[in-house]
Design a protein around this ligand. Structure first.
Ligand code: ASP
Length: 438
């Protein structure tokens, strides 16, 4: 009983990490004899898969319906386009780092499992097919088949239409729109609660999955995890400095000043692992530190926290490469192009809450034929990444929030909606202070 109350009261991150470490130790010590824990891991994978479609259905619809149609004007289109372009850069960056570092190479999870009669499903659809299939012929069919991309596509359209209905001039239509919105909003809240519950089970699931991997792989499995973390963090830092820094520089805003102003928001994102949770801090930063007008940031930042996930896109790129190598079927060039397209859409569908990116990674993997089926090599590789997800989530959320702020600055600059004196003040203060000191 005491153990029970300790379990629910102690910090979740600590528990997941303990699950990871204990799983690794038990796997190494007991080897394949740990296979009996497999069902616990399978349940975890099934729970995660269970919520993917409902989460997208509710949260994406609410996100899209929350944008006021009047805001879909010039500022909205600008922000949307820049968000998409930076995310495309991000996932390419991730893929480049993944190819350079080649995490997971030589692990051959598939080989060790193949002996048990399980094979990796690596048949990949072509890029054109993937794009065409994004448009569902039957949205309900896509929902029941669990095809994520068509569901995202449908929810976006549904949500935008709902935004118009909610703001209709006809009172009756407006009210019915509001009713539908409330329903979806309630659904989204329910899903967040379910995610929270599933995460309570995560330490046990991670323990079981990791014990299985280490039972089959032995201690060598540690190497790839360190390597993938390094690759992902280097890509985060590279993207933040080169892409955001470069863009700000082109638009004549000092990257150094930007980072010094954004640091609070970045640190908050790092520790909370939630873009949504960091929103109040980013808004305050945009307003009081960066001098951006409310008309721009009040729209662009919540939009960014909902659809702009550059860190998540980088993570998905590197992880896809990792899974390919880990199961002994490295991704082909065309598979990598498909990953760019699906990660872009996945980042739109990723909620700004802790761990959401890891759930969306499943669909990115599925888009290139790497199905996370319970007991499959792909599921094992996935579990390894999931075990260190908190660590990866911290970096990717920090990158996501930095991206939201950088793009907001650029949109504001091009619209002349930024108080540039706030950006120069720091420079002016130095001589002024010196004079006083003198
Ligand atoms: N935690 C991330 C965020 O809030 C999303 C993710 O899990 O990738 O931005």
């Amino acid at each position: 009983m005491k153990l029970f109350s300790w379990y629910f009261k102690s910090n979740l991150l600590v528990r997941i990490l303990m699950g990871l470490i204990l799983g690794a130790i038990c796997g190494i010590v007991f080897g394949p004899a740990m296979a009996w824990v497999n069902p616990f891991g399978e349940i975890f994978i099934r729970l995660l898969k269970m919520i993917v479609i409902p989460v997208i259905l509710f949260t994406l619809t609410v996100g899209a319906a929350s944008v006021h149609p009047s805001q879909l004007g010039r500022v909205g289109v600008k922000a949307l386009v820049i968000y998409m372009v930076t995310t495309a850069f991000a996932v390419s960056f991730g893929l480049i780092c993944g190819n350079l570092f080649q995490p997971g190479k030589g692990m051959e999870i598939a080989a060790s499992v193949a002996t048990q009669g399980v094979k990796a499903d690596v048949s990949a659809p072509s890029l054109v097919d993937t794009l065409i299939n994004v448009v569902p012929v039957n949205p309900f069919g896509a929902i029941s088949a669990g095809n994520v991309l068509p569901v995202i596509f449908f929810c976006l359209i549904f949500g935008i239409a709902l935004a118009y209905i909610r703001n209709s001039e006809d009172e009756k239509i407006r009210q019915s729109g509001e009713t539908v919105f409330r329903f979806f909003n309630g659904g989204a809240e329910i899903m967040y609660m379910v995610v929270h519950w599933i995460l309570q089970y995560a330490p046990i699931g991670v323990f079981a999955l990791i014990a299985d991997v280490f039972g089959k792989q032995g201690a060598e499995a540690f190497g790839p995890l360190g390597w993938i973390t390094l690759a992902i963090y280097l890509a985060f830092i590279g993207h933040m400095l080169l892409v955001y820094g470069g863009m700000l520089f082109i638009y004549k805003l000092s990257p150094i000043t930007f980072f010094s102003k954004a640091k609070e928001a970045i640190v908050t994102a790092f520790v909370t692992r939630s873009s949504g949770g960091t929103l109040p801090v980013s808004m305050d930063t945009a307003d009081s530190k960066m001098g951006i007008s409310q008309g721009v940031y009040s729209f662009s930042l919540p939009l960014g926290a909902t659809i702009n996930m550059d860190g998540t896109a980088i993570y998905q790129g590197v992880c896809a490469i990792f899974v390919g190598f880990a199961i002994g079927a490295p991704l082909t060039f065309s598979q990598q192009l498909t990953i760019i397209a699906t990660s872009l859409l996945a980042s739109v569908g990723t909620a700004g809450v802790p761990g959401a990116g890891a759930i969306m990674l499943m669909m990115v993997l599925e888009s290139v034929g790497l199905k996370v089926e319970p007991g499959s090599p792909v599921a094992m590789a996935y579990a390894m990444i999931f075990g260190i997800d908190a660590l990866l989530d911290m970096g990717r959320t920090a990158c996501n929030v930095t991206g939201d702020l950088a793009v907001t600055c650029i949109v504001a600059k091009t619209e002349n909606e930024i108080d540039l004196s706030r950006w120069q003040k720091d420079k002016q203060r130095v001589p002024a202070d010196t004079t006083i000191a003198d």
